[in-house]
Design a protein around this ligand. Sequence first.
Ligand SMILES: NC(=O)c1ccc[n+]([C@@H]2O[C@H](COP(=O)([O-])OP(=O)(O)OC[C@H]3O[C@@H](n4cnc5c(N)ncnc54)[C@H](O)[C@@H]3O)[C@@H](O)[C@H]2O)c1
Length: 422
Amino acid sequence: MSTTSEPLKRVIVTGGSGYIGSHVIFALQETRRYKVISIDNHHNSHPKCLDRVAQIARDALPKDASEQDKDTAEIDAHACDLTKPDEIRGVFERYGKGGIWGVIHIAAYKAVGESTEKPLLYYANNVGATVSLLQVMSEYGCTRMVYSSSATVYGTPPIIPIPESTRLKADSPYGKTKVMSETVLEDLCTAEPERWRALSLRYFNPAGAHPSGLIGEDPKGRPGNLLPLLAHMAVGRVKDDKLRVFGNDYPTPDGTCVRDYLHVIDLAKGHLLALTALADDSKVFDNCPTAARYKAYNLGKGNGMSVLQIVEAMRKATGYDFKYEIIGRRRGDVPDLTADPSLAQKELGFFAGQDLQTMCRDLWNWQTKNPNGYDTEAPSPAAAQQPTSVPAPQPTAPTSDEPKSQPISSIASGPTAVPTTA
Ligand SMILES: NC(=O)c1ccc[n+]([C@@H]2O[C@H](COP(=O)([O-])OP(=O)(O)OC[C@H]3O[C@@H](n4cnc5c(N)ncnc54)[C@H](O)[C@@H]3O)[C@@H](O)[C@H]2O)c1
């Protein structure tokens, strides 16, 4: 990436210390065109994560880096709760009116199962906070947003692969918070077409980690998603001896649920493309049906993988002999959630090129270097440079204090799996 002399654009990333947020910050810093400001209340993340992201950016600076380049490697991190408008205002006030170019709004709660038990918590944190954030953005003249949505907005889709034109019919309160937030954004862009422009990104199943092994997914508690769950089993952090697979009688090639996994780095780069598409000279809104400059894009590979294919890929990446048993279907699971990503490819230039093997390799590299997530001391720069190329040995000692008696309650099959995330 070449050094640029253009002034930096200040961009706020909400949920910056989380799994996707940290990789998005990496992608922004890699360009050396943005000054990243992170907002996170660490509800589900570790503040240390941002030190690691900054370390990646610093290590990538050329020897002759300018002062501005060096500045891009440092993150302005704010501990701020987005459900508290005064706290958001406090952050914007530091940069003044017009001081923030755009916001990538990633922060949210994402556990589908929990959202069915605590809907108000989800509506307050995911919808209420989005409204508060937009209000404060408006006050400070910041009117560009990239929004983290999810494939879960489609519920049980009538067509596979799923195009963006599919009706939105989320099943869970979590999914509905994504539909509602998208609606709020679209209404705002419709009401003030000259001021606002926004893009919703509907993620399919992000997986993997930055190849350095310095940052990755570090869920608090038991992983809700399949890949991190398998990684935790292989590293000895989850001690179940078997994975429970919910149903093998779905209308899919091997009968287990199919999801569309994409590398988190590819996903992160999709945010960069979306952010660029919010620029004044962008053409992506030219074909909008109304004056509103609002659109939604699927970010996926367009390739479905079944639960059993994922287990097999993780067996190869880790060398761990996963045992599983098939149990009955779980309520709410959708057989197939595979994206049609062609619109994002055509209009944003998005392409999720990394394969499943790479996702599993990078996940395992992160997990073995950080068996206890960010509570593990940072790998040395030399160790962090290369991804683990051969499967690490199976763990001999458990590394977590998770209660032994905890049953496997889910095997992840994506957006609607309970209590699977996102
Ligand atoms: N991970 C997935 O599989 C997936 C799939 C589709 C969509 N998404 C969406 O992507 C986004 C990020 O997901 P993730 O996997 O990185 O989750 P994550 O939990 O790792 O990251 C979310 C971050 O937001 C922060 N946060 C939550 N509420 C906040 C608040 N009120 N104020 C400030 N910070 C707050 C959390 O502390 C966390 O760091 C979410 O919006 C999620 O719905 C995720």
